[in-house]
Design a protein around this ligand. Structure first.
Ligand code: DGJ
Length: 340
């Protein structure tokens, strides 16, 4: 290559690098847009519905129901995404996939997966709601069990272990809560008792060991967070995929007593069209944020269901979900800000 050729070649490389960086930068999200499409690193809308978030070192892993179009209808899938800033998410694949575990029929259900990191055993334990029709009973949600799977890394692969009824009770929507001391709890809705359990997991997390509390309120989508020494529980009414006014209660101890439930947002907004799934606490150097992680379901086009993530106004026994608008978070400082 002559001198001119070399110069041209270098210039082409420079242009390519510039373009690559510029495109890369353009793809960097600097905000969270509640209820909008939320593209992952490949530009596909994130598929992590009814999800849960597990932090390992400085990385957040978001697990949820994979509902993209074109999936093999014999299987149910759990997706995983990772992020260091909660705004940009990298698709890590479908980390769990299985066929009907208990002969439940074509419409069997896997919903609301949550993953627990067991520091002692170094395993990752996935809980999920498993359901389907039971002979002689009505509807597709009569099996009412949890399923458990295990993996060696946050990105799996996860291997199925079994399904069971936690503490012998019916279990539909599940939620996850890790207390500040690291204790792990499964939240599960139990229709016969008209309430939801907060139950401690066994030491290896493979079983549900004992009830800490049964909150006698007919609520699903249960989520708990501890903030400034007080526990806050959120739940949604039993209205299938339709949004309703989600409510919260507080307690000084996880075992209760729990306060009366109150609306988290103006009731006429039906929680701004969303349903509670999880509360994520981000403890930063300057402040602590609690993020309301909710689903805006589209039951007929589930792949297009959206997410409503908003920082909650929380403290002194009060909790309020602000009107959704674009916002950002600095996970290092814990500060959040609305974008005008
Ligand atoms: C409400 C639950 O919260 C969802 O996870 C799902 O189970 C729907 N019901 C099904 O109707």
């Amino acid at each position: 290559m002559n001198h001119k050729g070399k110069c041209l070649f270098r210039f082409a490389i420079f242009l390519f690098a510039l373009l690559y960086t510029a495109t890369g930068m353009a793809q960097q999200r600097k905000s969270i847009l509640p209820r909008e499409l939320w593209p992952d690193d490949k530009g596909n809308h994130i598929q992590a519905h009814g999800g849960g978030i597990t932090k390992v070192k400085d990385t957040y892993y978001w697990y949820g129901e994979e509902r993209r179009q074109g999936l093999d209808s014999n299987y149910r899938y759990v997706s995983c995404y990772s992020s260091k800033d909660l705004m940009n998410w990298k698709f890590r694949g479908d980390v769990f996939k299985m066929t009907d575990p208990d002969s439940l029929g074509k419409k069997w259900v896997l919903e609301r997966p949550k993953v627990y990191h067991n520091i002692k055993t170094r395993k990752y334990i996935m809980y999920m709601h498993i359901d389907g029709q039971v002979k002689g009973q009505k509807g597709n949600y009569s099996y009412a069990r949890v399923g458990v799977a295990i993996g060696d890394s946050p990105t799996g692969p996860f291997n199925f272990i079994r399904t069971f009824r936690p503490l012998g009770q019916e279990s539909r929507d599940i939620g996850q809560f890790i207390d500040d001391d690291g204790s792990a709890y499964l939240i599960f809705e139990d229709r016969p008792v008209k309430g939801f359990h907060i139950a401690k997991l066994s030491e290896d997390y493979l079983d549900v060991e004992k009830d800490i509390c049964i909150i006698k309120a007919p609520l699903e989508g249960g989520a708990v967070v501890k903030y400034n020494g007080l526990y806050y529980a959120i739940g949604s009414a039993l209205t299938s995929w339709n949004p309703n006014p989600n409510k919260y209660a507080t307690a000084k101890s996880l075992a209760g007593p729990w306060s009366e439930f109150e609306d988290i947002a103006p009731p006429e907004t039906n929680t701004y069209g969303s349903q509670s799934t999880f509360m994520l606490k981000v403890v930063g150097t300057k402040s602590t944020a609690v993020i309301f992680v909710a689903d805006k379901w589209k039951p007929r086009t589930q792949w297009d269901s959206r997410y409503l993530w908003m920082p909650l106004e929380i403290g002194d026994g009060k909790l309020r979900l602000p009107e959704p608008k674009p916002w950002r978070i600095n996970v290092k400082t814990g500060e959040t800000a609305f974008i005008k």
